[in-house]
Ligand binder design. Structure first.
Ligand code: MG
Ligand code: ZN
Length: 345
């Protein structure tokens, strides 16, 4: 099983900046994006486990009922939205007590990790503090960083297995451009890393394809997986900027324009002088973008205006798409609801 370990205060609920203590129902505020985010983690197959430090529960500064009332209310509000935790682990100690369960120590989950078969490589820890990051490192899961009291990030996971390819991917649309890509085609990995970097998304993707046949299926299916991964993470596309456009420059000039309209459409203009760049066949480049546009259900227009160096032309396209998606994926504080007169995208 794969687990999303979750910090509570500042990550899922508002943390009062001064006292850092949610000690009454009045102070309970679930942060924006949390309900949708936890629901989509659940539907992607994650079990949710809450891991929280609560300074000195049971002491005069934090009586037990003051913790329990808002906690109970929090769990029941989530339950009404079909979000449930597999386990809830709370450290009630103060730092000075030097217990073995206060994050970043791992005492809260040691027994859980021994008893359950947790797929650590596929699991996550989501939190807003350095102690959460250190906790994630200690138990050996990927850390996803949140801004304290910020909007919960948009995640999705995707798995696709056919006789030709086996692909697994995970995205955080509100990430910082970190990528871990392994497709078996080094140059393609490099291009996807550029895309993630410029889109400001965190992306992990592992593709095991029939490269002994040729690169076609791996490149095509990676495009299909990325498109549906992004589409899933966007959800109902509430508050997104929707459009994106960028013109990268060098001696190569390309443009990439995108509209996350819900309708797939792809137009490409460009010429290649070489059959391969690295181990990536140039004829598959447009095919990759087209596959992505199809499952992302977007309009994607791309053109290589000029360029002498094939590597630069490719970089211009992938960086350009990254920048265009970064603009389009972003949630705007000025947008209210779905940015379409139809009311859906
Ligand atoms: Mg926190
Ligand atoms: Zn403790």
């Amino acid at each position: 099983m794969k687990i999303a370990f979750l910090d509570r205060d500042g990550t899922l609920i508002w943390e009062p900046p001064e006292t850092k203590q949610v000690d009454s129902i009045e102070k309970l505020r679930i942060l924006p994006g949390v309900v949708e985010g936890l629901r989509s983690l659940q539907s992607d197959g994650f079990d949710l486990v809450l891991v929280s430090n609560q300074d000195g529960i049971g002491s005069s500064s934090f009586p037990t009922e003051s913790f329990e009332a808002p906690q109970k209310e929090f769990l029941s509000q989530l339950e009404k939205e079909d979000v449930t935790f597999r386990s809830v682990f709370i450290c009630p100690h103060k730092e000075a007590e030097k217990c073995s369960c206060r994050k970043p120590k791992t005492g809260l989950v040691d027994a859980f990790l021994q008893e359950e078969k947790v797929d650590l490589a596929a699991s996550l820890m989501i939190g807003d503090r350095e102690t959460d990051r250190a906790f994630a490192e200690s138990i050996g899961v990927r850390f996803v960083s949140m801004e304290t009291n910020g909007r919960f990030s948009r995640f999705a996971a995707e798995k696709r297995k056919t006789n030709e390819t086996d692909i697994e991917a995970f995205v955080n649309l509100d990430g910082s451009g970190n990528a871990e890509i392994v497709t078996g085609i080094g140059f393609f990995d490099h291009m996807l890393e550029l895309l993630a970097k410029h889109a400001l998304i965190d992306l992990t993707l592992k593709a095991n394809g029939d490269l002994q046949v040729d690169e076609h299926h791996t490149v095509e299916d990676t495009g299909l997986v990325l498109g549906s991964l992004f589409s899933k993470a966007l959800g109902d596309k509430r508050c997104i900027e929707r459009y994106g456009f960028w013109v990268p420059m060098d001696e190569a000039l390309a443009y990439v324009v995108v509209d996350l309209s819900g309708r797939p459409s792809f137009v490409f203009e460009g010429q290649w002088k070489r059959e391969y760049v690295g181990k990536l066949p140039t004829e598959l480049v447009a095919h990759f973008f087209e596959s992505l546009a199809q499952t992302l259900k977007c309009n994607l227009h791309m053109k290589i205006e000029r360029g002498k160096n094939e590597h630069h032309k490719l970089e211009a396209l992938f960086k350009g798409l990254g920048r265009a998606l970064r603009q389009a994926f972003r949630q705007s504080p000025y947008e209210r609801g779905i940015p379409s007169t139809k009311g859906s995208l």
